[in-house]
Ligand binder design. Sequence first.
Ligand code: MG
Length: 306
Amino acid sequence: MNSASTTKTILFWMSIVLLGVMLWKLVSADGSHSRENQINYSEFMAKVDEGDIKEVTLYLGQNSYDLWGRDVRSDRGFHLTLFKEAAPAVTEQLREKGVVVKIKEERSADWVLLLLNGLPLLLLAGFCLFLMRRVQAVGWRGTKWQPRETRTGIGYDLHRLEEGRPLIVGGIELPFDRGPVGHSDGDVLAHALCDALLGAARLGDIGTHFPDTDPKWKGAHSLLFLEHAKKLLADKNFAIEHVDAVVITEKPKLGPHFPKMREALGKALGIPAEKIHLKAKTNEGVDAIGRGEAIAAHVVATLSSR
Ligand code: MG
């Protein structure tokens, strides 16, 4: 999964958590109101006189104090607000009646409560940001839920080899006395890879986008084709998950050059070289490839929708 997909997944789950927290707060709000009713001073003192209140907590605020407690008879919480000036007398009165009075700093200083109250807003902001980015990137259709899709494409290419031409495979020039004949640089691996990517995305083939009748592509470096394919895939919101390829030639040995090829191909496609796997085969002396007259490549590419 690339970083963009990871970010979107995180934002998606943030939005799910947001909805969960909001629902929880909605449900718990009803519950808390029923459990912790606000009562007036007369009702409170009546409960004290009846011995229904054994302990209260006084939260010290800037301008007023909040008194919280529990009615032991009904097992229901309650709270009431006291004027700051009245608090000392009430506290003394309660203690005389045998009620335990605990005094604490302002309840709003409770960081857990602050976090719980602020979290939905933060998550809402994250969700809005996610929607804005999504709409910017792919329009309103990006806001619709679409299941992730995996696509596979196959590509194949073959070029004749002639003496005196540069042998370019996977974007790298290899030391050899023969090279491919082609309108572009004849890079069979890049061409097959391009076809595999375009095929997986249902975007035609390399000939559709880079016709060999167009002089613009004469002698072109084939990594340009891959860079263009990368843009086409991005426009369709596809990410490249994996590439597996086999290059078939009698000579030269390709294995030692694979690290540089993977690096060059990965750079052109904007993906890590680890996502590209290369293999080499000979044709056991059979047919044109076996006689050293041609080079070929097969590629399978896997894409995922973002
Ligand atoms: Mg070709």
